[in-house]
Design a protein around this ligand. Structure first.
Ligand SMILES: [Zn+2]
Length: 96
């Protein structure tokens, strides 16, 4: 994980995915400070699970089924990650 102290990005957090021919998948999570880290960490880890499960987010976004889409900045977003982040944040605040 990398904490970035800039507000120039069009995102609050992002996961960069690099796939290698041997099957290795590397994920680099970047969080822009300051922010709601609880929701963002849950959100970005859901993206990590999507990658581990081999979900083709690019194909889903292209199908226009509304569970995944490309953002104005060219990144992909999923309803699943948005929901997971909100769930993690809600559970965190309910159990503090
Ligand atoms: Zn996302």
């Amino acid at each position: 994980m990398k904490l970035t102290c800039t507000k120039t990005g069009t995102y609050r957090a992002i996961t960069h995915v690099t796939r290698y021919q041997a099957g290795l998948v590397c994920l680099a999570m970047e969080f822009v400070a300051p922010g709601n880290y609880i929701e963002l960490i849950g959100h970005e880890f859901e993206h990590a699970l999507e990658q581990a499960e081999g979900i083709d987010i690019t194909a889903i976004a292209a199908s226009k089924c509304k569970t995944a889409y490309m953002t104005a900045g060219g990144a992909f977003e999923t309803a699943r990650a948005i929901s997971a982040g909100r769930t993690v944040a809600r559970e965190f605040h309910e159990h503090r």
